[in-house]
Design a protein around this ligand. Structure first.
Ligand SMILES: [Fe+2]
Length: 407
């Protein structure tokens, strides 16, 4: 596959775009619907996070009649009738909804300055992701194993996370989010496991398949029971081990102790048109698999969190079914995230993605909750700072960074 010179118009688009407001980024008609690529950018069949959408329009063109018809359908149907939106101080309500639905939307997490800082970070890093021109006339390289025009700040980073970026790191201990995480987790002794987040360029016309971000195998049941009991997440007598509990109580223990969760921060108002995340309530507590795209009922297709305003965030139990939705607008939809694990988590699973120097800039609480992802002083997290849509490019950067530091 041959790389091409980027024409001047596209170069200036990339230099000047913002993630806020209309942009010329996206809507690349040369990138076929449902076109997915492997590690090196070769076109491959549906799979991984690139499950094809059988309902996608046949052309990636803003004014194409199929796209216009789809936009009309989304205008009429997309979004829950009325999503519940909490204020940051409503801690009990937030935790109650999170445990009931597997997610909760909270407004006003970011003040004006913090939101601007996050938007700048998202724009700057997206410019890096899109920097390499696409193959054979395409504007962009599609990310390995994903649908076109959809990228993840996490998986596009050669270190798998964005914890080396001062902007992402500065969001770890906010006055609005720390009390909420403490309430949901039952204690302030939780950990950050990383962060990144996802984005959909305008013209991401395919619906992402419903999925979970983590399958709960029910590991460490007695550790979970002890923890849940000690912080009051369940009311179970001390003399009972997990195996002594009846089935419903066992289920409750597992349900109340999510192995991991995320906050997705909302950079611009989520609308019926710009590809918001969709969430299926209650699915954090089910072991069934989500339906295949062709089997999805309309109520799941249109279960997007329309109405979540800029500066808000979605606290998500990773087990709950969710996905990105089509971005039929002319605006980029970014949902950068931070990922957290509870105090009972097994610390052997942490990736060291945060440089020591960044860790030193954090608050005492921030340092405490990031201690397992911090790389040693003088060691740069392998691959951190290299963004590449292709897994092959990321692997090479990760390997080079490891070797350079070994020598
Ligand atoms: Fe996901």
């Amino acid at each position: 596959m041959s790389e091409r010179e980027r024409p001047e118009g596209e170069r200036s688009e990339l230099e000047n775009f913002s993630i806020v407001g209309e942009t010329a980024i996206g809507w690349d008609a040369k990138t076929a619907p449902n076109e997915t690529v492997d590690e090196e950018g070769r076109i491959v069949p549906s799979g991984g996070f690139g499950i094809h959408d059988p309902r996608a329009p046949s052309r990636r063109v803003y004014e194409d009649p199929e796209v216009v018809a789809m936009r009309e359908e989304f205008r009429a149907k997309n979004g829950w009738k009325a999503i519940e939106i909490c204020a940051p101080h409503e801690l009990k309500r937030i935790a109650r909804i999170f445990r009931r639905d597997g997610y909760v939307v909270v407004k006003d997490l970011l003040d004006t300055e913090t939101l601007e800082r996050f938007r700048e970070g998202c724009t700057r890093v997206l410019r890096d992701i899109l920097a390499i021109p696409g193959f054979e006339g395409r504007k962009y390289i599609t990310e390995t194993g994903r649908l076109p025009h959809r990228y993840s700040y996490g998986t596009a980073s050669a270190s798998r996370h964005m914890m080396h970026d001062p902007v992402w790191a500065s969001m770890i201990d906010l006055p609005t989010t720390t009390p909420i995480l403490t309430e949901i987790m039952g204690s302030p002794d939780y950990f950050v496991s990383g962060g990144g987040g996802d984005l959909a360029l305008p013209g991401a016309i395919e619906m992402q398949h419903l999925h979970t971000d983590g399958i709960d195998m029910g590991a460490n049941p007695d550790v979970r029971l002890d923890y849940a009991r000690s912080v009051g997440l369940v009311d179970i007598p001390d003399d009972k081990a997990f195996a002594d509990l009846d089935f419903r109580t066992q289920r409750l223990v597992i349900e109340r102790t999510p192995p991991s969760m995320t906050i997705n921060f909302v950079m611009t108002d989520l609308t019926w048109e710009n590809g918001p995340i969709r969430q299926i309530p209650g699915t954090h507590a089910t072991v069934a698999s989500p339906p295949k795209p062709e089997d999805e009922p309309d109520w799941m297709r249109f279960a997007a969190l329309v109405g979540a305003p800029a500066g808000s965030g979605v606290f998500r139990d990773h087990r709950a079914w969710h996905s990105g939705t089509p971005n039929l607008s002319k605006e980029i939809r970014c949902l950068p995230n931070l990922e957290f694990v509870p105090p009972w988590h097994d610390e052997r699973h942490f990736m060291k993605s945060m440089p020591h120097d960044i860790w030193e800039t954090l608050s005492p609480h921030g340092q405490q909750i990031c201690r397992h992802i911090k790389q040693d002083s003088g060691v740069w997290p392998f691959g951190a700072g290299v963004m590449h849509p292709l897994a092959g490019g990321r692997k090479a950067a990760h390997k080079a960074s490891k070797e350079a530091q070994r020598n």
